[in-house]
Ligand binder design. Structure first.
Ligand code: PRX
Length: 632
């Protein structure tokens, strides 16, 4: 299809005059140009919106690329901005969080109460010998104490590493070992679809195998009874009973480590992506305020798990820095009924709602009536993140949830970018399926292998041509990997390689196509083929494996696996389901393959690399393309 024809079928949507009139961002072209031509001036000016203990000497230190530093010489703490600076202002009495557990229990926290709770937790972890520079691992359900734990670490200058509570013991252990954590903060369990997820049981298995953990703080959430090891395990409620609720916030350098967050890449070893206090605080709070048009009276709901970057940036840090009221919900979105979320939107009068395409498709499946039962008149903006949103899900979200009055901010970004990078502002003309244009200060482009900007409609590699304050600083303990994964492809130019393919249309709108590496997105979760394959071969009967992602109506993509069994093993359906369960136990439910296919050989290059694209083409009945490098 020619580009013109493609363009002709793309429907555009204009935000209403009302939305545009009130938007925090009123103009795009000129500001964008200015922000790219002089990023130092652009970010330097915005940084004045934060509270600094000491002003920076330099906005951007680019003397040692790709290890860029922002606001060097500046003294700040993100918690000073997220909490301390609100004390004594009207925000102190405002709700920071409106929390709801899956069983329906509720808890509210004002900024003042949050300050108290975070200070107590901070004093507790300090009393356990945690100091600046330590990395505390957090493995918790979506309860307020998860947020307290993150903020408490940051407050005392320690870093946190939150491990998503859907991960298994092996994944947790690898991450604890990599971070060399001395302290783990967890809970006895959490609620999901009416069941208790027994987190402490997983933790107990893990801690028997990790050499570094000295203490484990456990929040009592599900009260279902758990084994506590004397000397190592401490109930949170007992430990804080007599602890002071005053704790000074540590003065940190702008470039001090705030957290690491593990994410999947091309090899099996997860990458601990490092973010810092200063640049991250500025970047996340700025993009939230501009893209989601944050106002004082907003009720913001980012339906993500704080265990992922979306939750770090847009449940915890950005909303608190902006003084926003945030909804935090523990459980499954369609439990006990498919309208759980809509009932809550209506009851809490949510104004801005941000979720993933997978969740939207999940809601869509249950039909419009579940949505229409509730008054969603409070909504004024919607958001999407995690994977490309297919136009039919976009239209449904826009029409049925947004009643054609709330524009959808389709935000493209990554764990490594800290915050939104390509996204509409509320004044942008929307095209369903496109994240539209780069945000201010983000020099994004689509280029071919030679680094030339692609022509309109031509597929290429998504790159970012200039550093930005929210960027990851490195991979924990592996500067070389950071350099080679993100910066070696276009080293002479000094560009960041995002790992996605994309195309640009005649209006400069960017359309994300797919990952170019061995990363699979399942329900918006990021998994590496190598990690899943290594879980597969850890089953006693499996000698070799390959996984591919195939389109799935609900999940976007689903995992399909091909395995070679040991010679003496019989193929059977029972074995196939046993292998599936094995991956689930090793990695967690999100990584469980849809199918296990037994094969006698796998397509490989002469150098022994599995050609996953051949498997994928075969599964989809497509032409596998160039086979000249295939071994057999
Ligand atoms: O492939 C892109 C996809 O998610 C990847 C980043 O995954 P992760 O680090 O887990 O972060 C997800 C939450 C920020 C990207 O490389 N992706 C994310 N948002 C979008 C997207 N693809 C298309 N459109 C989006 N809005």
């Amino acid at each position: 299809m020619s580009e013109e024809l493609k363009e002709a079928v793309v429907k555009t949507y204009e935000p209403s005059e009302e939305v545009k009139k009130n938007a925090n961002v009123q103009e795009y072209d000129e500001t964008y140009k200015r922000s790219i031509t002089d990023p130092v001036a652009y970010w330097g000016e915005l940084a004045n919106n934060l509270n600094w203990y000491q002003k920076w000497d330099k906005v951007l230190d680019d003397s040692n690329p790709p290890f860029f530093k922002w606001f060097t010489g500046g003294k700040i703490n993100i918690v000073h901005n997220a909490i301390d600076r609100h004390m004594g202002t009207p925000i102190e009495k405002k709700f920071a969080f409106l929390w709801e557990g899956e069983p329906g229990d509720r808890r509210t926290l004002t900024y003042g109460q949050l300050n108290t709770e975070v200070s107590k937790m901070a004093n507790l972890i300090k009393s356990m010998g945690i100091v600046k520079g330590d990395i505390v691992t957090i493995y918790m359900p979506q309860i307020p104490e998860l947020v307290f734990a993150m903020l408490a670490c940051a407050k005392i200058g320690a870093a946190h590493s939150v491990v998503y509570a859907g991960f298994s013991s092996t994944a947790l252990r690898n991450r604890i070992d990599d971070a060399k954590s001395k302290l783990l903060i967890t809970a006895d369990g959490g609620w999901r679809r009416g069941n208790i997820i027994d987190l402490k049981k997983i933790v107990n298995v893990t801690l028997d195998q990790t050499p570094t953990i000295e203490n484990c703080i456990t929040v009592k959430r599900t009260k279902h009874g758990t084994e506590m090891k004397k000397g190592r395990d401490h109930w949170y409620h007992e430990a804080i009973a007599n602890i002071s609720d005053e704790c000074p916030t540590e003065v940190t350098d702008a470039e001090d480590m705030l957290f690491i967050l593990y994410t999947s890449g091309t090899t099996g070893k997860p990458k601990g992506v490092k973010h810092t206090h200063g640049g991250y605080a500025l970047y996340t709070s700025t993009v939230q305020k501009m893209v989601f048009d944050i106002k004082d009276d907003d009720i913001w709901w980012c339906l993500a798990d704080p265990g992922w970057i979306t939750g770090h940036s847009f449940i915890v840090y950005a909303p608190l820095i902006n003084g926003t009221t945030t909804i935090l919900y523990e459980g499954a979105p369609v439990y006990p009924d498919p309208d759980r979320i809509w009932e809550m939107v209506s009851r809490y009068k949510v104004t801005v709602f941000y979720t993933s395409p997978t969740a939207v498709r999940g809601f869509m499946r249950f039909g419009d009536d579940w949505v229409n039962k509730h008054d969603l008149g409070s909504l004024r903006l919607l958001g999407s993140v995690g994977e490309p949103i297919n136009p039919s899900a976009w239209e449904w979200y826009y029409k049925v949830v947004g009643k054609e009055k709330s524009p959808i901010m389709d935000t493209w970004w990554q764990t490594e970018t800290g915050g939104f990078m390509i996204s509409p502002y509320p004044i942008t003309t929307l095209k369903p399926g496109s994240a539209t244009r780069p945000l201010f200060g983000i020099d994004a482009d689509v280029v071919n292998d030679n680094g030339e900007s692609t022509k309109v409609g031509e597929e290429g590699l998504l790159v970012i041509k200039q550093p930005w304050p929210g960027m990851a600083r490195t991979i924990l303990g592996d500067d070389e990997r950071y350099k080679s994964v993100y910066w070696s492809r276009f080293e002479p130019q000094g560009w960041y390689l995002a790992g996605d393919s994309a195309r640009k249309d005649k209006d400069g709108y960017i359309w994300i196509i797919a990952r170019i590496d061995d990363v699979i997105k399942v329900s918006g979760y990021r998994l590496g083929t190598a990690e899943i394959e290594s879980a597969l071969v850890s089953h006693a009967s499996v000698v070799e494996s390959a996984v591919v992602a195939l389109p799935h109506e609900l999940k976007g993509h689903a995992i399909h696996s091909y395995v070679i069994l040991s010679e003496e093993v019989e193929k059977s359906d029972e074995l196939a389901s046993e292998i599936k369960t094995h991956v689930r136990t090793e990695m967690g439910p999100i990584a469980m393959p849809e199918t296990v296919t037994f094969v006698d050989s796998l397509p490989k290059t002469r150098s022994g690399k599995i050609m996953r694209r051949v498997l994928k083409a075969q599964a989809m009945g497509e032409d596998p393309g160039d086979l000249s490098t295939i071994e057999d």
